[in-house]
Design a protein around this ligand. Sequence first.
Ligand code: C2O
Ligand code: CU
Ligand code: CU
Length: 504
Amino acid sequence: MSGFKRLLIILVSFGIVLTVAAGGGFLWVYSGAKVSTAGRGTFRNQLAVPPLAKSSVGPDGTRVFDLRMQAGETEFTAGQKTPTWGFNGSYLGPTLRAQRGEKVRIRVSNTLDEASTVHWHGMRLPAAMDGGPHQLVAPGATWSPHWKIDQQAATLWYHPHPHGETEDHVQRGLAGMFILDDAKSLGLGLPDTYGVNDLPLIVQDVKFDGARFDHGHGLLQTVGFLGDRTMVNGTLDPYRVVGDELVRLRLLNASSARTYDFGFDDDREFSLIATDGGLLEKAAPMNRIQLSPGERAEIVVRVRPGERTVLRSYPLSIGQDFYNQRFNGGDDTFDVLELRAQKRLRHSPALPATLEKPEIPDGSHAARGRFFNLQVTGINGRPMSMGRIDGTVTRGATEIWTVRNTNGMPHNFHVHGVQFRVLSVNGHAPEPALRGAKDTVFLPDRTTVKLAIRFDGPADPNAPYMYHCHLLYHEDQGMMGQFVVVDKGQRAGRPSAVHAHQGH
Ligand code: C2O
Ligand code: CU
Ligand code: CU
């Protein structure tokens, strides 16, 4: 054999070995990327239910709440102390609850050693009270936003929103629910005993490195952080004993980047009664409900005496390619919560035939349209800038917003200060789960949604509202823009310089 031939053979075999090794390595990474906690049956901790926040009603009729952002430690697993942040406690926060027509004031004090904000996600309120990146609360300071609750009963939530730091602050534990009631919602006979047959479920995916959280992003995860297990209301492996035939679950996806497709382990049907912004016109029967980060759903499920059933998150389609399916969480399965029904159950009245008509525009008489192209590098090609107003909207006007994702990874789209109607998804009428009031909508790759939005909050040319991708890493990276609501003929002003609120 000539030296040349020998060299060729060596080179070729070396190439084959490399290819096989790379292929094997890829397979190893590929199969390792899929996560499942299904069927492990380790529901050993009783689900914690966040306490209802105490409030007092002042002489002018304003309901006043106190929220204190604080650092602490939480034992998610007995004996293991995890450093965490929370509101009025070490992890998450109390559930705020108020009724339509009430005036509320929240005294937010920051005892952390860095500035943060508290945003009221889904709330219709003046932009200056919104708690977005412009309303920073300095360490040691208190910020006291106040507004009148003027929207339908709904499951909203609150969380920090400091520009570039939102993922970190939420993951450390700053998040809570804000439940709104109105005369209609209280009179429908829905399960509404908080913590008994009406359960708040704050779902987050987490990862631990010993006692500490591991918040690292996987190299191949373009969505940001994905955990390898889930937690509800800060409880790992949770179960809850229920004593009523019908149980209402208020699901909140408070995760950083993970989208869930909730259902039960026996595929039983449940009724979707409310979306982000409130009740549906009619309860919608289904056996899966998909929630991307920031979205909420209220479902009512029937349990049989003495049974156990598991709320599970199933694999879902988050892109039309294997990459997103595998590396961005689409193939994962999680057992989220076990419901344990008592042997004797209290009788529950049947759900009413009709619930409530959502107060959202139908898209007719729209004043104008706008277009939003979603890219991780910025919406419409521009990353978020605190000093730039991207849109000026006339108070009271309805607009059609077309949002498109062709970015090769999943995103979602959230708008502050409003509840909107999804008019279409890729040109088709939306499925039942998207027919109610929404403030956040999921956009897997190659999706276009049209939204009808009416901006009836008060005008303020200097205080912007945000719109952004609610995958928190993307938001932090600058997938966010700002708009102001102005009176007819008024021009946008300048967002006030970022300043920390001192004192009261
Ligand atoms: Cu839930 Cu702008 O956020
Ligand atoms: Cu929001
Ligand atoms: Cu995104």
